[in-house]
Design a protein around this ligand. Structure first.
Ligand code: T4K
Length: 368
């Protein structure tokens, strides 16, 4: 049997480099609470990403929870059902009511044309997701938010390094939350961050992620422990030194998949708009009705050949038990998302996936 191929595999620096960083941590005995590696990584990421302020977190979910706290979000929040479940869980953990709005079939993100109809007098924010690192219609969402006095918190877990018109996608909205999980383009084992636009907001977020402490004896808010450790931050610095090569490797794989699969009847591969620099964090294909197999049959066929693709994002978040009874979770309200969830398959993509392995994936999909 051929070697197993998973949907992703984390990139790692040479162990010897990491051991050298660990030695420094062992020598200093500073393990966490905003040590040197933490500060250095914040600076390096601001520069690399082209953002003003960043606050590092222990994971993307706590970053989302904290972003909602930082903006005092209450009541109802408009969001997408087509995402990883952490997006909506962050609302529930803040005592907020998610209001699902359908997605656009091209961007696969919240459809701005449908947002306004979902706004009520309880709506205070929009939480869109740049799904697969594909940019939301940030201009239109920004206009809608402004006209209706709403905050925008982007779940940018997939959007590391993505640019639109030469600018970081992370600069749009009030806040953006990133994930540095092992499965992401840039990983710190576990990790995350919030991007903010003012020094006051960064400070508030930094207080919130450290129990609300502002000094040794003063607690100004009911904060949480969202801090990234020195071990994760040290790893992040090493990962950052290789990120450009990693993104290049991803682009090469995506290009090979595109050329191998673009003429296959019934397989739709979404493209990026002009002016967008993507990150190829995922490689979604959509298995349409005129393909010779249905999506689940193709998923099983790949699995039988030791290729572990994933159905990100099926089921829809709105189909999970804690959300399915919300009025906005109805199938009729979310038909585009339901269709995408029934057709999507994310193919393996990660630096180190060999051309022979890529061809194994392509050949396993081609009609036999
Ligand atoms: N918002 C969005 C839009 C997100 O996608 C996510 C996370 C979040 C928020 C929350 O961010 P974090 O709190 O996680 O920082 C994975 C990840 O656990 C999750 O981070 C990610 N989204 C989601 C899309 O995918 P699973 O359940 O699919 O992961 P798992 O363990 O099945 O891993 C997939 C494959 O990756 C494995 O088959 C093998 C490989 N793998 C995985 C891990 C963890 C490795 O080779 N090494 C590893 O350490 O959820």
């Amino acid at each position: 049997m051929d070697k197993r191929i998973f949907v992703t595999q984390p990139s790692l620096p040479p162990l010897s480099e990491f051991v050298a960083s660990l030695q420094k941590i062992w020598d200093s005995k500073v393990l966490t609470n905003g040590g040197e590696f933490h500060q250095e990584l914040e600076k390096a990421l601001c520069q690399y990403l082209g953002v003003k302020y960043i606050s590092l977190f222990n994971n993307g979910t706590i970053a989302l929870l904290t972003a909602l706290q930082a903006l005092n979000i209450k009541g109802e929040v408009i969001t997408t059902p087509y995402s990883f479940v952490a997006t909506t869980h962050s609302l529930l953990w803040n005592g907020l009511t998610p209001v699902f709005v359908d997605i656009d079939p091209e961007t696969l993100n919240l459809d701005p044309r449908k947002i306004e109809a979902a706004i009520t007098d309880k709506t205070t924010a929009i939480m869109p997701v740049h799904c697969y690192g594909r940019p939301c219609d940030v201009e239109r969402i920004g206009q809608i938010a402004k006209q209706n006095g709403l905050k925008v918190i982007y779940d940018a877990a997939h959007a590391f390094g993505v640019q639109v018109g030469g600018e970081s996608l992370l600069n749009f909205g009030d806040l953006s939350a990133l994930s540095f999980h092992a499965t992401k383009v840039f990983n710190t084992f576990e990790g995350g961050a919030i991007i903010s636009n003012t020094p006051e907001m960064k400070q508030r977020i930094d207080h919130l992620k450290n129990f609300g402490f502002t000094d040794e004896v003063t607690v100004v808010e009911a904060g949480i422990n969202g801090k990234m450790s020195e071990v994760n931050a040290a790893l992040g610095l090493l990962q950052l030194s290789r990120i450009d090569q990693n993104l290049k490797d991803r682009l090469e794989i995506a290009t090979r998949y595109r050329s191998g699969l673009s003429d296959v009847k019934g397989i739709r591969i979404p493209t990026l708009d002009e002016g967008v620099v993507g990150n190829d964090s995922y490689f979604p294909i959509f298995v349409e009705n005129d393909f010779y197999l249905d999506r689940d049959a193709l998923y099983e066929r790949l699995k039988a050949q030791n290729i572990y693709s994933r159905r990100y994002f099926y089921p829809l978040i709105s189909d999970f038990p804690m959300y399915k009874d919300l009025p906005s979770a109805s199938k009729a309200n979310l038909s585009v998302a339901a269709n995408a969830a029934s057709q999507v398959l994310c193919l393996p993509i990660y630096p180190g996936l060999t051309t022979a392995e890529q061809d194994r994936v392509i050949n396993a999909i081609l009609p036999q």
